[in-house]
Design a protein around this ligand. Structure first.
Ligand SMILES: [Zn+2]
Length: 319
C-alpha cells in the first residue's frame, strides 16, 4: 500500500510539475517568438470595459495610433507615430524591463490617455483603416533607441514652431529630447488660438495653485508678469501677484492649449493668445504630418524630433 501511495504522490507531483514546465517553455517560446513580432502578447487595461484584455502587441499599437493621431494624416507621419507608440509601449512592458502600468495592477499599459496612452478600437476608423494598418504592420518590430536603450518617445500635438528641451518643461535633461525647429505646422487648428478666462476665474485658479497668492483685482494689469521663456517659447516662470509660478502649472490650471502664451487684460476677462498645443517635448504630430507632406520619410521625422537616435529592430535589443 505504501508503494502505491508513493506512486500516487509521485504522479501527483508530476501532474503539478507538467504545467509549470509548460509555463517555463512558454516563456522560452515567447522570447523565440519575438522574432515574429506579431506574437508578442500584451495585457492592456481597457478603461471603458474596466478589465484587462490580452492582445497582440502590433494590434494594440494599431489602436494606439488610431487613438493618438488623425488617420487622415500622411502615411509617413502615421509610421513615425507607430514607432513612437511602439517604443513608448515596450519601455513600459515587463518583458523589456519596464514596470507596467502603475495604476492598474496586472496590466502592462492602460487606455487612459492621461496616464498611459490613448487607444481607439481600430475598426471604428473605417475609411483610413488600410492606411493605418500599413503604417503599423509595415513597421512591425521597429523601435527607437538612444545609447542602445529604448527611448521615452513622448510626443505632442503642435509645438508652435519649435519644440522644447525636456528640462525646460519637466525637471530632467534627456539627451535626445532637444529643442528643434518644427516647420510646416501651420495647418494645425491650434497653431495659434485665442482663449478667454474671466478675471474672477483666473484669480480662483491662481488660488488653487497657491492659496497664499495675493492679487489686487483692480490693478491686475500690474499683477501678471512673464519672467522667463524657454528656447521653444513656452513660459517657464510667471509672476502673479506676490507669487512666482511655473508656466506649465498656470497652463494646466487655466486649461490653456500650451504654456506659450501672451495675454491682454480687458475689463472683466483676460484674453490669451496661445501658440501650439501640448507640452512641446519630442515629436510634434502636426509637424510630423507637415514634414511628411513635404517629402520626409518616417525615419527623417523620427530622427529630427528625437535627436541622435537610431531606429532598430527590437530583436537587436534582445541579443
Ligand atoms: Zn496606465
Amino acid at each position: 500500500m505504501k508503494k502505491l501511495a508513493a506512486a500516487i504522490a509521485a504522479l501527483m507531483i508530476l501532474l503539478f510539475a507538467i504545467p509549470l514546465l509548460l509555463v517555463k517553455d512558454k516563456t522560452e517560446e515567447q522570447r523565440e517568438d519575438l522574432k515574429q513580432y506579431n506574437d508578442i502578447p500584451i495585457d492592456v487595461y481597457m478603461c471603458d470595459m474596466d478589465r484587462v484584455v490580452t492582445m497582440d502587441l502590433e494590434d494594440y499599437i494599431l489602436g494606439v495610433v488610431a487613438g493618438e493621431m488623425p488617420a487622415s494624416f500622411h502615411p509617413e507621419a502615421l509610421k513615425a507615430q507607430a514607432l513612437a507608440a511602439r517604443t513608448y509601449t515596450m519601455l513600459r512592458m515587463r518583458l523589456f524591463g519596464g514596470r507596467g502600468c502603475s495604476k492598474h495592477q496586472g496590466a502592462e499599459i492602460c487606455t487612459d490617455s492621461t496616464h498611459c496612452q490613448a487607444y481607439r478600437n481600430p475598426v471604428t476608423v473605417k475609411k483610413d483603416l488600410d492606411k493605418l494598418k500599413e503604417a503599423v504592420y509595415g513597421t512591425a518590430g521597429e523601435v527607437i533607441i538612444y545609447d542602445n536603450k529604448l527611448i521615452d518617445a513622448v510626443f505632442h500635438s503642435t509645438s508652435g514652431g519649435k519644440t522644447e528641451n525636456s528640462e525646460d518643461i519637466w525637471s530632467n535633461r534627456v539627451p535626445y529630447l532637444r529643442s528643434v525647429v518644427s516647420q510646416y505646422e501651420e495647418h494645425s487648428p491650434k497653431y495659434v488660438a485665442r482663449q478667454e478666462v474671466s478675471i474672477d476665474s483666473f484669480i480662483d485658479c491662481m488660488k488653487k495653485l497657491d492659496s497664499g497668492v495675493v492679487i489686487n483685482k483692480k490693478n491686475i494689469k500690474n499683477e501678471i508678469e512673464i519672467l522667463e521663456r524657454s528656447e521653444g517659447g513656452r513660459i517657464t516662470r510667471i509672476k502673479v501677484g506676490n507669487k512666482v509660478f511655473k508656466g506649465m502649472d498656470v497652463r494646466n490650471v487655466l486649461g490653456l492649449n500650451s504654456s506659450n502664451f501672451n495675454f491682454d487684460i480687458g475689463s472683466s476677462t483676460i484674453r490669451f493668445t496661445v501658440v501650439g498645443n501640448g507640452h512641446g517635448i519630442g515629436m510634434s504630430q502636426y509637424g510630423a504630418d507637415g514634414m511628411a507632406k513635404n517629402g520626409a520619410s518616417y525615419k527623417d521625422i523620427v530622427t529630427h524630433y528625437y535627436q541622435g537616435v537610431d531606429i532598430v529592430d527590437i530583436n537587436s535589443l534582445m541579443k
